[in-house]
Design a protein around this ligand. Sequence first.
Ligand SMILES: [Zn+2]
Length: 140
Amino acid sequence: MKHSRQKRLQTVGLVTGALAAVWCLWYFLYTRFGIELLHCPVHSLTGLYCPGCGTMRAIVALLQLQPHQAIRYNVLTTLTLPFLALYLALHILSYIRRGHGLAPGRFDKWIAIGYIVLAVAFGIMRNLPWFAFLAPTGIL
Ligand SMILES: [Zn+2]
């Protein structure tokens, strides 16, 4: 059974509100008490930085209007986050309007493959001494 537009809008609002509440709780614990709820298992086990290391700190830095700090934590996340947010927003709008996300485009597969290749290359490079500046660090 297909839901009405009103029902889909309520669903999106409910999910968005729940995610925002969890995010606010995490943000409060992190910024107020320095509690990190998510530790990278790759870094914890190996000491190496994965492509996602520094992502949460980068997002917090962006929310605090410190883009230069966000880039130092994770340049890949910082530069691709706006495109990811736009892509997600377009899917959500399509879901609200038509009851399903955007149909896969002609280049979606290649964009996904390209992003994965970029992420893997970034993950390798940030652990090499020549590209140490890609490792997540604080500059403030
Ligand atoms: Zn990591």
